[in-house]
Write a protein that binds this ligand. Structure first.
Ligand SMILES: Nc1ncnc2c1ncn2[C@@H]1O[C@H](COP(=O)(O)OP(=O)(O)OP(=O)(O)O)[C@@H](O)[C@H]1O
Ligand SMILES: [Mg+2]
Length: 453
């Protein structure tokens, strides 16, 4: 019994009945049933309540029972499939009347490929990468790629935020990811929002990719057309530099005036039924994302961490020597590919590539272009956030929030708000300890803040 065939069959049947494709939970229930899992186990794996899983399960069995004219339940589904091979089962399901999907009548003999009837699949992939940077050397990131691939192709996530501090490699990873999953999509679109386009400008730009027709004037109609395309086709839309939609010198993740409607767009992408995926790339976590993630398992965020041992390749590219000192260099620079690249170039220029010589200085030396890069990030933070960063830079150990409040000039509420914002910018690391939650700056940011004086 091939699970893929069962899922294909179930997808066709459910599409025929409801006009919607098999979703993540329905698929998990069918897989679980075939593998002999209980509803409790399926609920645990899918992070859903058992009651909800049972309700969705009974809907599936009802659809199968109605179609086959016999009582199908979770307990007998596997036995029936074992008795009647899958093609007989399939014949029985699609025998008889024509199937109607959203008032479109489909002949039974064609119904094994109902997708063709409802979704005008383009003949070939439309790849619209716009101004995506070309990635030449790309190292590591295997597990990150696997997880994101799984979220997109298996779990059918609708909205994924790829987050992390600037330079960590979010854009590079997304471009590589596109390359590895492009065969599964009708449309793949990559757009950078670095000049903070209005929602109308972005919607118009996206709609023109799907159709030559004039785009509607009203933003509401644009949005509904766009959602229709996301339903009709399997699309992956990657919106990069989403932090540019947020205000500078205000707490992180607040939409600029004129960009507020993006919030509604992103929320709808998560809520409305479709089988596409929108990926947001940002160095600031949108404020409302955590709430949507809690409420909707098809909305997720992925915080990109350091490159780990693969970062050695970046040092090798710059012909650095003293390999024994490389791991310390990678750890100090948090495995951030950009920070490491800029530092490796400096070590090559100033120390002839000798990492041991670079470590002879008392303080951490930050390359000028790295300093400029950090200036641009730092420019976005508020005064209270800057105060907290300075406080943290002067602490020799990780500190708790009550400790910070004690030594800060700010009110406790202001300290908490500023810390939350710094966390959304990935500037501060949080460590859980036995005595509470501790906060610390990484060595590069610590040095940068100290250099500012
Ligand atoms: N896995 C990798 N292997 C080698 N180089 C990498 C890797 N990831 C990123 N880089 C390089 O590091 C630099 C920063 O990467 P990238 O621009 O993707 O970061 P980012 O997180 O998108 O930063 P920002 O938030 O500023 O846009 C680029 O030069 C990129 O080519
Ligand atoms: Mg980027």
């Amino acid at each position: 019994m091939d699970i893929k065939e069962i899922l294909k069959l179930a997808d066709e049947l459910i599409l025929a009945k409801t006009g919607k494709h098999l979703d993540y939970l329905q698929e998990a229930i069918l897989r679980g049933t075939v593998q002999g899992q209980t509803y409790t186990q399926i609920a645990e794996e899918t992070y859903m309540s058992e009651g909800h899983v049972k309700d969705v399960g009974s809907e599936i069995w009802k659809i199968f029972s109605e179609r086959m004219g016999k009582d199908i339940t979770k307990s007998n589904f596997k036995a029936i499939l074992n008795k009647e091979n899958i093609s007989e089962f399939s014949n029985q399901i699609f025998a008889g009347d024509n199937v109607t999907i959203n008032n479109i009548n489909i002949c039974p003999e064609l119904s094994t490929n109902t997708t063709k009837q409802t979704t005008p699949t383009p003949k070939q992939l439309h790849l619209e990468l716009g101004d995506a940077p070309e990635i030449f050397n790309f190292y590591g990131r295997e597990s990150e790629t696997t997880t994101l691939q799984q979220w997109i192709t298996e779990h059918r996530c609708r909205l994924i935020a790829l987050l992390g501090i600037s330079g960590m490699g979010k854009t590079a990873l997304a471009i590589r990811l596109i390359d590895s999953i492009k065969s599964q999509f009708d449309y793949i679109i990559y757009r950078r929002l670095r000049f903070s386009p209005t929602p109308e400008a972005t919607f118009t730009n996206l709609l023109q990719i799907f159709s030559d027709k004039d785009t509607p004037q009203s933003q509401e109609t644009q949005l509904s057309q766009l959602l229709n395309y996301l339903r009709q086709y399997r699309c992956l839309i990657v919106l990069d530099d989403v932090q540019m939609l947020f205000n500078s010198q205000q707490l992180a993740g607040q939409y600029k005036s004129g960009c507020e409607d993006y919030q509604q767009f992103f929320q709808l992408i998560g809520e409305v039924s479709h089988h596409s995926c929108v990926m947001l790339i940002s160095s600031e976590k949108p404020r409302d994302l955590a709430k949507h993630e809690k409420e909707n398992h098809l909305v997720r965020s992925f915080v990109l961490q350091g490159l780990g041992v693969a970062a050695e390749e970046i040092l090798r590219d710059q012909n650095l020597c003293d390999e024994a000192n490389w791991q310390t260099l990678i750890d100090t620079y948090q495995g951030n590919p950009l920070w490491l690249k800029l530092t490796a170039i400096m070590i090559q220029e100033l120390c002839g590539g000798r990492v041991a010589e670079f470590w002879q200085y008392d303080t951490l030396i930050l390359d000028e272009s790295l300093q400029d890069h950090l200036d641009r990030q730092f420019h976005r933070i508020t005064q209270p956030e800057e105060n907290i960063m300075m406080q943290l830079a002067n602490e020799s150990h990780p500190v708790t929030l009550p400790q910070l409040c004690q030594t800060s000039q700010l009110s406790a509420a202001a300290v908490l708000q500023a810390m939350q914002s710094l966390m959304r910018r990935f500037f501060v690391e949080k460590k859980e300890g036995e005595d509470g939650t501790f906060f610390v700056l990484n060595p590069v940011l610590r040095q940068y803040v100290k250099n500012r004086g």
